[in-house]
Write a new protein. Structure first.
Length: 272
C-alpha cells in the first residue's frame, strides 16, 4: 500500500501553531509515536505506561481519538500510581480495524491487552465520551473483579446518543474519501480537545499524520456507524456497579479529571 505523504506546508503550519502556545505538558512527546505494541489476537494495540503503584489507572479516549489525548493528565496521575494509555484499533499507532468498532469489541480488546501486557489489577478506568461507554462495558462484563473505580468524563450514555452522530459519520466518510485520494482538507484535521492541554510540535506532526491516513478515518467512521449497536451492548450489560466507586466529571478539564482520579485513589479500598 502506498503511504500518504503529508504536505510540508501543512505540517509546518501545525508545528508553528503549536510553538505559539504555552509549553505543552511534560512528557507529551513520548505519546507522539508508537511505544509498546501488545498482541490482542493477531493484531497489536499501542500502549504506554508510566509510574509505579496500585491500582493501575487505564485511560479510554473519546470516539475516534487516540491515547495521546491524555497527555496533560497521564503524568500527574503517574505521580501517584501506575498509569497507562492505549490506542483502540485503527487509532494512534495501533493496527487497523478488521471488524466493526463496537463497545463490545473494544472491551474484548482491552481484556486481551490487560492480560497480554500483564498489567496488575485492580484497575481504575478513566473514560471520556464514547470511551466512558467502553470503560463501563468492560467493568460490567468483568463482574467488578478487576475494576475498583470508574471516572466518567462527560460520558456518552446508551440512551442519549449524540443527536448529530449522522452528520459526524458523513463528515468522517468524506474525510476517508479524501484521504484515500491523497488529498488534504482543513475540515479533516485531527480535532482539538481541552483535555490535552497545549500541543507541542511533535504531537502536532503526529496528529497531522494521523488525519492523512485512511485507516484512521475507517476506524473513526466505524465507531460512529456502530453507535446504535454499541448502545445496545451497553444497555444489555447494564446493572448496578456494586463496590465499584464511580465518579462523574461534567467538564473535561485536566484538573477536574486529576481530582476525580485522586478521589478514587484515596478511598480505603485503594490504599496500600
Amino acid at each position: 500500500m502506498t503511504k500518504l505523504a503529508i504536505p510540508a506546508v501543512a505540517v509546518a503550519f501545525l508545528m508553528a501553531s503549536a510553538s505559539s502556545h504555552a509549553t505543552p505538558p511534560a512528557g507529551q512527546d513520548a505519546l507522539a509515536g508508537p511505544k509498546i505494541k501488545i498482541d490482542v489476537g493477531g493484531r497489536k494495540l499501542n500502549m504506554y505506561c508510566i509510574g509505579k503503584g496500585s491500582p493501575t489507572v487505564l485511560f479510554e479516549a473519546d470516539i475516534g481519538r487516540a491515547g495521546w489525548d491524555w497527555s496533560a493528565v497521564l503524568p500527574e496521575v503517574a505521580k501517584r500510581t501506575r498509569a497507562c494509555v492505549y490506542d483502540r484499533a485503527g487509532l494512534g499507532s495501533s493496527d487497523p480495524i478488521i471488524r466493526a468498532s463496537t463497545v463490545a469489541n473494544a472491551s474484548k480488546d482491552l481484556n486481551f491487552l490487560i492480560k497480554n501486557a500483564r498489567l496488575d489489577a485492580p484497575f481504575v478506568l478513566v473514560g471520556t465520551g464514547y470511551g466512558a461507554m467502553v470503560a463501563q462495558h468492560f467493568a460490567l462484563r468483568s463482574r467488578g473483579a478487576a475494576v475498583s473505580g470508574l471516572v466518567l468524563v462527560e460520558p456518552m450514555h446508551e440512551d442519549a446518543l449524540p443527536a448529530d452522530r449522522a452528520t459526524q459519520l458523513d463528515a468522517a466518510l468524506a474525510c476517508l474519501a479524501s484521504a484515500e485520494q491523497g488529498k488534504t482538507d482543513a475540515a479533516c484535521a485531527y480535532p482539538a480537545t481541552g483535555i490535552n492541554g497545549d500541543i507541542g510540535p511533535a504531537l502536532a506532526a503526529s496528529q497531522a499524520a494521523q488525519a492523512a491516513k485512511p485507516t484512521y478515518w475507517r476506524a473513526r467512521a466505524s465507531e460512529l456507524d456502530s453507535l446504535e449497536t454499541s448502545a445496545g451492548q451497553l444497555r444489555a450489560a447494564r446493572k448496578p456497579f456494586g463496590d465499584i466507586k464511580v465518579v462523574e466529571v461534567k467538564q473535561g478539564q485536566p484538573s477536574a479529571i486529576i481530582d476525580a482520579v485522586t478521589n478514587i485513589l484515596d478511598t480505603p479500598a485503594n490504599r496500600e
